[in-house]
Every structure is written in C-alpha cells, then in structure tokens.
Design a protein around this ligand. Structure first.
Ligand SMILES: C[S@@+](CC[C@H](N)C(=O)[O-])C[C@H]1O[C@@H](n2cnc3c(N)ncnc32)[C@H](O)[C@@H]1O
Length: 326
C-alpha cells in the first residue's frame, strides 16, 4: 500500500492491484477445461478508454438509460439520503454517473472513488475535484473483490456512508460472488449506511445481444484488447487475428457471456507454457448477469441491505435500487 500526493486531490491510496497476479490468473485460467480470464483484466488504460466508447454506442442502452433515470429520480434521492453523506463509488470508470448523483444529493461531504484502473482513475478524480471545488475528493486504486477497509484518510466523523455502484457492474459477478461482495460493501458503509445500485434488467434477447455486439465493433475491440494486454505485459506469443469476439445471452443462466473464439487449431504461449486451442474453442472473458427487480432485491436482502425503493425507466430496460443497512 502506498499513499500518493495527487495535485488537487485530498488523498490517493494505491493498494497496487495491478501488480497483483495477471500472469498467475491467466496461466490458471487457460489451464481450465473451459478457458477463462476474469473481466477485471479488461481495464488497463486502453481498456478503460474503449469502455467509454462502448457507453456511447447506440446499441448499448445501459449508460444513457441509467443517467436519464438518475436525473429523473434526483428529487426522490435527495429526500432519502441524509445531508453530509460520504459517497463511495465502486468501479467509478469515468465517473459519468456520479455527477447526476452529486447534483441530486443534499450537500454531500465527500466523494471516495474506487477503481482498479489507476491512470484512468487519476484522470477521472482530477476532473471531479476541479468541477466540485467544495467537495472533499479521495480515491483508492484497488481490486474491490478483496476486502477493503475504510481508509483512515477519509472523513469518519460523518456516519452516513452511501455506496454507489452504477453500470450494472454487479452483473459481472455470479450471484454467489455478488452476495459476498454486497456483504463486504454492507460492512464498509456500516450500520447507518445505504446503497444506490444500478442493475440491468432481464429483457428481450435481441436487445441484449445487440448491446454486446455493437455495429461499430467497440465491444469486440474491448474483448480483444485482453489479448493485446497479454502480449504487452506477459510477452504472450499469440496472433490476435486468430481470435474473434463473441457475445450472446444465455437464457438458462440469465447472463450475457462474452468469449474469445479461436478461429483455428493453434498453440499460444504464455509465461513459457503452451496452451492448445481447437478451432471454435473459447476463452470465457465476462458474464453480465441480468436480474428482475424481485430477484435482485431478494439477493441484496441476504447481505444486510433492506430494499427501500426501486425505479425503472419507461421501457423497463434498467433498474436503480436504493437500500439501507439493517
Ligand atoms: C462496467 S465498467 C462501469 C464504469 C462506470 N461505473 C459506469 O457505470 O459507466 C466497470 C468499472 O469497474 C472497474 N472494475 C472492474 N473490476 C474491478 C475490480 N475488481 N476492482 C475495482 N474496479 C474494478 C473498471 O475499471 C471499470 O471502471
């Protein structure tokens, strides 16, 4: 752990998640019968920028629908959240949605952003600090799948902590992992805390499939960037053009699955080890689980949050849940 001074930011704590275990995770994941690499490794500086392009793709309804809904429910959020709350955002990305939340909140005391993608996180919080000069702004570069302690640099005299987790990033975890994650989040916000979370809804398969297969090819670029990252950081020997992006809704499991499909029989090399692929064999790179309002409320209740209110847009594409600690 190290604390860095970033100009304009009140505090920046680096838990160094990137030095973590990319190599060992890849070696382990490629040794499984269904080859797998977890989605957190999408987000290097390049991956974070490509994700921003996905957010603007016309097929990717998630970002624009959630931002519009946040604006629509601003007054209700204002009446639910105590003044002087500390907002802690998990996986903030470009912090597109926090602006709608900060405008809605009654006099927030502090914004604490958490993300795994360090250089992108620094750019993002610098912008927030510049645009909200009266707000205390801090950040932790960390892997939120690890247990995180409340940083000593963050204000603690204010009891109200609001966890903000937009973008349906919760859907990247299996329901079991999501429950463990929400339980850790509940611990982090404490007994007076609350949660505002964006959750993508189950819907027509065609709408889902086209959202993860945008015509401009941004999602494909995002998925294939993982191979680029393996070449750059792990000296992997592979030809990216021998793989293609694939994403489809698995109705039985209620999730979008993203894969990289091998276009031919081939051998790739990572960390001195060979990995064989048959033509059509895949690396499973992401899940994006979809929930009904009831399914998600039921899951979250097991983690110690009680549902207070849930909203959806007029087309029932996306939901936002407000929950309080019990
Ligand atoms: C799907 S994007 C959502 C970004 C933004 N919250 C939004 O709604 O547009 C997921 C974000 O979470 C971050 N992230 C993914 N896995 C993470 C992990 N294990 N720990 C910390 N951040 C993570 C990524 O860097 C990225 O910024």
């Amino acid at each position: 752990m190290s604390e860095e001074k970033i100009e304009g930011i009140d505090y920046f704590v680096d838990l160094q998640p990137e030095t973590d275990d990319f190599l060992s995770t890849v070696l382990d994941g490629l040794s499984q019968s269904q080859k797998t690499i977890p989605p957190k490794f999408f987000y290097d500086a390049i991956g974070s920028k490509i994700f921003d392009k996905i957010c603007e793709a016309p097929e990717y309804y998630v970002t624009r629908t959630e931002i519009a809904l946040m604006k629509e429910i601003g007054e209700e959020i204002n009446s639910l959240v105590e003044p002087k709350s500390i907002v802690v955002e998990y996986g903030c990305g470009s912090s597109l949605k926090i602006r709608a939340l900060l405008s809605a909140l009654p006099d927030p005391a502090e914004y604490l952003a958490i993300d795994i993608s360090k250089s992108h996180l620094i750019l993002t919080i610098k912008e927030i600090a510049a645009d909200y000069p009266n707000l205390r702004v801090g950040a932790i570069c960390a892997d939120f799948s690890d247990a995180l302690d409340w940083p000593e640099q963050a204000r603690s005299e204010h009891d109200q902590r609001l966890a903000f987790f937009p973008g349906s990033t919760i859907g990247n975890q299996t329901p079991k992992e999501a429950l463990e994650f929400l339980t850790r989040m509940r611990h982090m916000v404490g007994d007076q805390g609350s949660l505002l979370i964006g959750v993508d809804l189950k819907k027509n398969t065609e709408v889902l499939n086209s959202a993860y297969n945008d015509a401009a090819g941004y999602t494909a670029e995002f998925n294939l960037n993982l191979l680029q990252r393996m070449k750059k950081e792990l000296d992997a020997e592979l030809d990216i053009s021998n793989f293609e992006h694939d994403a489809f809704y698995n109705e039985e499991l209620g999730r979008i699955e993203m894969h990289l499909i091998s276009q031919l029989d081939q051998t790739i090399q990572v960390g001195g080890q060979n990995f064989e692929f048959k033509k059509g064999e895949t690396i499973h790179t992401e899940n994006s689980y979809k929930y009904s309002i009831e399914e998600f409320s039921e899951l979250a209740q097991k983690s110690g949050f009680a549902p207070v209110k849930a909203w959806t847009d007029a087309d029932n594409l996306f939901s936002i849940h407000y929950m309080s600690a019990v």
